[in-house]
Design a protein around this ligand. Structure first.
Ligand code: HAM
Length: 433
């Protein structure tokens, strides 16, 4: 039983140095997506519940079982966003998108789903996602997938497999529904409770069922692409041939439908066989969609994907990192006595303005106590300001490694520190070069 101050199940505190790995991934995302002309969009973390019910589909697992929904003090039904696409569509529709134009956005941030927590499965997790909205073309689908593969390669996630399928256009839906119903009706007596409900509610969802008794009938179900009309089949073949052209390897996954109902045409998922991922090996997923928003007449169309940041880190093996081994502080400015604290703060500020990472004494404790602090924060150097030194306009500079100490003019401290740090293989030395 977790203690009172532990984070809730399925949520975590993310500490340094893991936070640095998060920043690296986010920085790479910005760089890669920027090269494809995507701009960042930040949407609210909570939205009206009906945006998700209508947008994702009321038969989806997410809507039926996983949303964090609540009624606010104004009596509004609200939900913590379980994914990013619906909110992005709302924002774009709200701003208005002229006919035939395209909008490309990326987003990153927390999402919330009340799933059973496991390695790689959180209740608050983080997605990095993209959406290219406004037009329908196989080239957009192929480009989005190529961008995801570029991103994964650039952050250094190896051993991935891209699975791809098509759900066809809305016009194909009835025929596929009928074929799937006819097929599953023959097996339904041996399938799970949920699938019995799905047979009449939304038969496509059966293909996404993870329950044991449903695995064999799902594996032998007809391939969706074979049930599609010629236009949808041609669309899918066109996406695949573009991926061939772009040298993006893929595997056809004939029964992949993905867990959200807004998908049409192309759907894809990237799996990773990293040792830390276990069953949660889908590191990213996406596809082309058509989303009906409450109060908006025309469905919004687009293509995109989202990757789970926690799973990307697991895939890279960046979990349970030891505490920071590298120095986080370049200089600790020690002030010997309370009266010298303001002078020490002034020196520290000048060093910081030159780009150094600096901590300064705030109480004027004993030198021993201050050196202990400098040691604890792994400072490289300690600048020591005493009364006598201050009167003469000098300062002592001590190396924490060698305990060697030199006296130098206060005006020469910055240059001295830079030279010292440049001779050491630490990150800050490179920054100050
Ligand atoms: P999704 O497949 O539901 O798609 O989620 C995308 C990714 O988010 C998953 O592949 C996984 O890496 C991560 N993820 C999902 N749930 C969890 C969880 N409980 N804990 C940790 N990671 C998780 C979407 O959300 C769509 N909006 C993607 C999209 C964008 N499609 C088109 N555009």
């Amino acid at each position: 039983m977790p203690g009172k101050m532990e984070p809730l199940p399925g949520t975590t505190d993310i500490w340094s140095p893991e936070t640095a790995a998060w920043v690296d991934i986010e920085t790479t995302a910005r760089a890669v997506f920027g090269r494809y002309a995507y701009g960042e969009l930040r949407t609210p973390i909570f939205e009206r519940t009906d945006l998700f019910v209508r947008g994702l589909g009321d038969q989806t697992e997410v809507v039926q079982k996983e949303m964090y929904s609540f009624v606010d003090r104004g009596g509004r039904n609200l939900t913590l966003r379980p994914e990013g696409t619906a909110g992005v569509m709302r924002a774009i529709a709200n701003q208005g998108l002229a006919e035939g134009t395209e909008k490309r956005v990326f987003y990153l941030g927390p999402m919330f789903r009340g799933e059973r927590p496991a390695a790689g499965r959180k209740r608050q997790f983080h997605q990095i996602g993209v959406e290219a909205v406004g037009r329908v073309s196989p080239a957009m689908d192929a480009e989005s997938i190529a961008m995801l593969i570029d991103f994964l390669a650039e952050i250094g996630v190896g051993k991935t497999r891209l699975l791809i399928n098509s759900k066809g256009a809305a016009a194909d839906r009835q025929a596929v529904d009928a074929a799937l119903k006819a097929y599953f009706a023959r097996h339904i007596d041996h399938m799970c409770e949920d699938c019995r409900r799905r047979l009449d509610g939304n038969v496509w969802r059966i293909l996404d069922c993870k329950a044991e008794p449903c695995q064999a009938p799902v594996a032998a179900a007809p391939a969706i692409v074979d049930l599609l009309g010629p236009a949808s089949q041609a669309y899918f073949e066109s996406v695949l041939s573009l991926l061939d052209k772009l040298e993006v390897p893929y595997e056809r996954a004939p029964r992949l439908v993905r867990g959200l109902d807004y998908y049409e045409h192309t759907v894809f998922e990237v799996l990773c066989d990293g040792e830390h991922l276990g069953a949660q090996n889908a590191i990213a997923g996406g596809g082309r969609y058509s989303i009906c928003l409450p109060g908006v007449k025309q469905p919004v169309v687009g293509v995109g994907f989202a990757a789970g940041v926690e799973r990307l880190l697991l895939a890279k093996g960046l979990v349970d990192l030891p505490p920071a081994s590298q120095s986080e502080v370049d200089v600790y400015v020690a002030a010997l006595g309370e009266a010298l604290v303001p002078g020490g703060m002034q020196i520290a500020r000048q060093l910081r303005q030159a780009g150094l990472r600096v901590m300064a004494e705030t109480e004027g404790r004993s030198l021993k106590a201050q050196l202990r602090t400098a040691d604890r924060v792994a400072a490289n150097l300690v600048a020591i300001l005493g009364d006598q030194e201050n009167d003469r306009g000098v300062i002592l500079c001590r190396s924490m490694d060698s305990s060697q100490q030199v006296e130098l003019p206060q005006a020469g401290l910055l240059d001295f520190v830079r030279t010292k740090l440049n001779n050491q293989p630490i990150a800050s030395a490179a920054r100050t070069a």
